[in-house]
Design a protein around this ligand. Structure first.
Ligand SMILES: [Zn+2]
Length: 319
């Protein structure tokens, strides 16, 4: 029983990194929702359950993940993100936070009223906030992203042809284009969600002109696509899947990517790195992923962390 409880909780604490690194894509608000399903059966563990956002930021800092980008990619989550940024006080004991905001491609379809089942076969889940039109939803993102609230990127936006069909694709493309324009207007970085949509996403970026700092969140292409990103100066952000045994193509992409374009993320609570797949993810676990990346690249861990941190600051500024 005790073992089962541990497996349903978070991964083991990594050995602290020799040099701090940045988790440039995480969903602190979703971690709680996933834990509601993963919580041990009413059994108290040796730590308070579930951990708070502050606990996660402290655990990240202890692991050497000293900064994170919190991504709010639907209306409730975007509002939550701005509230978090205004309520956090600076502490050396906690990872520091900036934000990214957008209407996620799978949210864009729902705001556009497209209720279509995609290749994943799952029925769309409509919620109250989807009554807001797509235009109004993006306008609210624009308002929240303005001013000095710590929003450094527009994202995640892009296309997801796993979750939607042809009508959804149209809505996603329109939403993606509006977000690209917004990132350029506000001078912010762009974080892209690209699921089974490499060609479409690249086509839109080239047609409209990508923002100066464009990041493929959870990069899912191969070495050839890494070269396309390199030619255009687009960043490749690697998450847990680069550590999965079956994903040699991602490690090939990592090898092909110019060092100055490589970023690191958790996408927590999703995409937990090997060997902790199936457990909930949290920002501290980026330390596991970057260790695996350094081992694959046969690079000194501290050097890789230094490079990733410098790249993150180039994209999001300092914080
Ligand atoms: Zn995400």
């Amino acid at each position: 029983m005790a073992k089962r409880t541990r497996e349903r909780g978070f991964p083991a604490d990594p050995e602290p990194l020799p040099v701090p690194v940045v988790d440039n894509h995480t969903h602190l608000d979703h971690i709680g929702a996933v834990l509601a399903q993963a919580a041990p059966d009413g059994e108290p563990t040796d730590q308070a359950w579930p951990p708070t956002v502050t606990d996660h930021l402290a655990r990240a800092a202890r692991a050497g993940v000293d900064r994170v980008v919190q991504v709010g990619c639907d209306l409730p989550s975007a509002r939550w993100t701005v509230d978090l940024l205004t309520s956090l006080s600076a502490s050396t004991q906690q990872a520091r936070v900036v934000g990214a905001l957008a209407i996620h491609p799978n949210e864009a379809t729902l705001h556009a009223g497209v209720l279509e089942v995609g290749p994943d076969g799952l029925a769309p889940e409509v919620e109250e906030h989807h009554a807001v039109s797509l235009d109004d939803a993006i306008a609210e993102i624009a308002d929240l992203a303005k001013g000095d609230r710590g929003i450094r990127a527009i994202g995640e936006t892009g296309m997801d042809l796993f979750r939607t069909g042809p009508r959804g694709e149209q809505a996603q493309r329109a939403s993606f284009r509006a977000h690209i324009a917004l990132a350029k207007e506000l001078g912010l970085a762009l974080q892209i969600h690209d699921r089974d949509a490499h060609a479409q996403v690249i086509e839109v970026l080239l047609a409209d002109g990508a923002p100066e700092r464009t990041v493929f969140h959870c990069f899912s292409g191969d070495a050839e696509m890494a070269r396309v990103c390199a030619e255009n100066g687009w960043y490749l952000s690697f998450a847990g899947p680069v550590t999965f045994k079956a994903n040699q193509y991602l490690r090939d992409a990592l090898s092909a990517a110019p060092r100055e374009l490589i970023l690191l993320e958790t996408d927590a609570p999703y995409l937990t790195p090997h060997p902790f797949r199936g457990q909930p993810n949290a920002p501290f676990a980026a330390a596991h992923t970057v260790r695996a990346m350094a081992a694959h690249l046969e690079e000194d861990l501290g050097t890789l962390c230094t490079d990733i941190t410098a790249n993150s600051e180039r994209v999001y500024g300092n914080w």
